[in-house]
Design a protein around this ligand. Structure first.
Ligand SMILES: [Fe+2]
Length: 438
């Protein structure tokens, strides 16, 4: 359960129109600063390898760059499943030394990252290769950056805290979700409160990433669904951001199109390598888009649902996304209609109808997709007494880091939380009556 030290925020987030106006002014100014930051400071793109030989190719690059001793970072589940073997077999065939560390846990804490850093320093490796989902890649980024700067991971929390480059970092994502292999940030959880701390630095972007559908094919269907909706949310929030640009629009729209087409296929048949590969690219593109354009209320609220009620990140996004799309619908109807036209999400014969109808249809298709993936919309343990703190923390996240099309007061966030709780209770009721019927 997060600490409740948000009392100073109460002035920023409440339903008093004058104070809400103050919150809006602060939030909009920060959005402009973020835009300037993202366009002035160059952000590296990782070299991208795609396809069934992508793991071999990223290893070849690492070897050609001069690495002779690789620190492989992964987690125990993936290691037990033998996923890193595709990489270690190849390194063996090239006589390259490596040390494999599988101690990364979901939502890694400082303790987990510090332990990984200790092992990496002891191993005297000259490059780091992450094989895993967002948690593994974020932990590897923090290990590589701390090692490169000879500092503790906590010293990197904040914006541009590093003085030197990261250790050479290479990433092989095993899920198509966070797009962390493309982004300049890493999230670490506090060991006690589990509140998330963020480190942002363009030097954190890996040197290269490999999207290998063979590595991804073993992902269970429910994780494919959750992480796939995370991709869709990154792309939609980046698209609706007021800091979106021609460049981020290209990546966001491409990701939305791929998710709508290939996520149902990857969910239905995990062995469909074409669908896995397209989802891997979509996740990467989503990461590039939100790197510059930012996210929005879906992530701000979903992060809190994750911290308070232990809901997996992608699932939390799936629960919140339809409500925020409804909220943004008025301010973003032209943009959503534009997106629908680019991505084939216009109903037959609807192209000449108004933007409002096209935007509504896009939102309905997103709802339909989430429903078709059987994502559980239930949030267990929700309490109205938590809503004040959740709303304040979510509003602060938006004001500090995002450039959203519509700002809402705390009451608006609490309204969304109430709807989620009611839907949850309705769902639990349905389950109980079906249990009885059975
Ligand atoms: Fe996300």
């Amino acid at each position: 359960m997060p600490s409740k030290k948000q009392s100073s925020l109460s002035k920023l987030v409440n339903n008093n129109p004058l104070q809400h106006a103050g919150y809006l002014a602060v939030a909009k100014t920060r959005a402009k600063v973020l835009k300037a930051f993202s366009y002035v400071i160059p952000i590296r793109r990782p070299m991208l390898f795609v396809g069934e030989t992508a793991c071999d190719e990223i290893c070849d690059m690492l070897i050609n760059e001069g690495s002779t001793n690789v620190f492989i970072v992964t987690d125990a589940v993936l290691n037990k499943l033998g996923i890193p073997a595709k990489v270690t077999d190849y390194l063996d065939s090239k006589s390259i030394s490596y040390q494999l560390y599988d101690g990364i846990t979901p939502d890694p804490t400082f303790k987990v990252v510090e332990e990984g850093l200790r092992k990496s320093v002891d191993a005297k490796c000259d490059s780091i290769l992450a094989i895993g989902g967002g948690s593994v890649i974020d932990a590897a980024k923090m290990i590589a950056m701390s090692q490169g700067n000879n500092c503790k991971p906590r010293q990197l929390i904040g914006i541009l805290k590093a003085r030197k480059p990261s250790m050479p970092l290479y990433c092989i994502p095993t899920t198509a979700g966070t797009g962390s292999e493309a982004t300049l940030g890493a999230v670490v959880s506090d060991d006690k409160t589990h509140q998330k701390a963020l480190s942002i630095d363009p030097r954190m972007v890996p040197l290269a990433a490999a999207i290998d559908p063979v590595i991804m094919k073993g992902m269970p269907a429910h994780i494919t669904a959750d992480t796939g909706i995370d991709v869709l949310t990154h792309a939609l929030e980046a698209w609706m951001s007021v800091n979106a640009s021609v460049e981020t629009d290209y990546y966001a729209a491409s990701a939305v199109k791929s998710v709508m087409q290939y996520l149902p296929m990857a969910y239905k048949d995990g062995g469909d390598l074409k669908a896995r590969e397209e989802m891997g690219i979509a996740a990467h593109y989503g990461g590039i888009a939100f790197n510059k354009a930012g996210l929005g209320y879906v992530h701000a609220i979903a992060h809190q649902l994750g911290a308070y009620y232990s809901i997996p990140h992608g699932r939390a996004n799936a629960i919140v996304l339809p409500y925020v799309l409804d909220l943004n619908r008025k301010a973003s109807e032209k943009r959503l209609a534009e997106l629908a036209k680019k991505t084939g999400m216009v109903k037959h014969g609807q192209a000449s109808s108004g933007n409002g109808a096209i935007a509504d249809n896009l939102i309905a298709q997103v709802r339909e997709l989430i429903k078709s993936l059987n994502i559980d919309p239930t949030v267990k343990g929700m309490k109205t007494s938590d809503f004040d703190s959740i709303a304040k923390a979510a509003a602060k996240e938006v004001s500090d880091t995002y450039a959203v099309p519509t700002y809402m007061p705390a009451s608006g966030i609490k309204e969304i939380l109430t709807k989620i709780m009611q839907a949850s209770e309705g769902r639990s009721g349905e389950n109980k009556s079906s249990d009885k019927a059975a």
